[in-house]
Every structure is written in C-alpha cells, then in structure tokens.
Design a protein around this ligand. Structure first.
Ligand code: ADP
Length: 164
C-alpha cells in the first residue's frame, strides 16, 4: 500500500519560540512529510513580540530543517488547517494542565471540522519551559539563556531594553 503524504500544522503563539517548541519541531518533523509551524496572529494576553517578529525568529531557527516551513495565520486554527489541506494538528504536552486544556481543544476541533490532533510529549529537560515563564523571568532580569536559543535570548534583551 502506498504511504500517504502527511502534512502537519504546529499552531501556537510562539511568543517567543523556546527550546521546548524547537524540540517538538525537531522530533516531529521526522514523523511527517511536511510540517508547517503556524504562528497565530490572534491577540494573546500580554504579548511581547509582534507576529512578524515571532515569525522571523522561528524562520531563522528552522531554516536548515528540510520539510519545515513557517507562516502566520488569522482566525480559527481548523479553518487555516483545512485551507492548507493539512491532515493533522500537532500539539505538545507538558503536564496534566496542558492535557486538560488540549483535550477540550482537540475534541472541539474534531467535532467542528473532523481534524485529528496528534500529541508529542515534552522532553524531560524542557518540560517546565513555557513562553509565559520566559517572558516573566526575562522581564525581571533573570537568566533564561538555557531555555531559549541564543537568537531569542538576544532579541528578548533588546525588546526589554526598548520597553524600559
Ligand atoms: P498556545 O498559546 O497555542 O498554547 P504556545 O506557543 O504556548 O501556544 O504553545 C504551542 C504548543 O507548543 C502547545 O501545544 C504547547 O503545549 C506546546 N509547548 C509549549 N512549550 C512546550 C514545551 N516546553 N515542550 C513541549 N511542548 C510545548
């Protein structure tokens, strides 16, 4: 039987992209034929970077990963997923609290659009890494260099300098 070509969408805020997100991208790109990292443009709570800045950082970090591309999108993730003719939505799971949130989202997306969600478990070393935590620690002058790639760390310092 011919293997089906599988295109996955990895949607998120990526404000900013972290080592946790990158690990999910690295591991899952081997499972799919094509992976689109989709940066949501919908307003989020206390955003730090603009959608354009977030896309720029992700683009730089995946530029040497064949099969991986980056885009931003507006509106419903399921509509974007259908527009891109993607087969699955990919999400990462860190904890039980992620699970609670993701179950509702995945069930809703399947019931309104018939789209399947595939989950990948966080790597143990990135299991506590979140963009929110990184924004909070960095804004209080803490060291986040082990949780994000160096280009993100530099951008964070610049951005927080501008905000002062
Ligand atoms: P959203 O606002 O849609 O949750 P995020 O950018 O916070 O966007 O996260 C995008 C996806 O990446 C989510 O599925 C989230 O669970 C997952 N994720 C975030 N951080 C990590 C991490 N450290 N390890 C694994 N998955 C993660």
């Amino acid at each position: 039987m011919k293997k089906k070509f599988i295109r996955a969408i990895f949607p998120g805020s990526f404000d900013p992209i972290t080592n946790g997100h990158l690990d999910v991208i690295e591991r899952s790109r081997k499972l799919f034929d094509e992976l689109i990292v989709a940066v949501g443009r919908s307003p989020i709570k206390n955003p730090l970077f603009t959608p354009e800045e977030r896309v720029e950082m992700v683009t730089e970090l995946v530029k040497n990963m064949p099969g991986v591309s980056v885009e931003s999108y507006d509106g419903l993730t399921v509509e974007y997923t259908s527009r891109k003719k993607a087969d699955v939505i990919l999400r990462g799971l860190r904890s039980v609290s992620d699970f609670h949130y993701e179950v509702t989202l995945a069930m809703t997306n399947r019931s309104i659009a018939g789209i399947e969600t595939v989950f990948i478990m966080a790597d143990a070393k990135n299991g506590f890494t979140s963009s929110t935590l990184i924004r909070d620690i960095a804004s209080m002058g803490g060291d986040i260099s082990h949780m994000v790639p160096s280009i993100v760390s530099k951008r964070l310092q610049r951005k927080l300098g501008e905000k002062k």
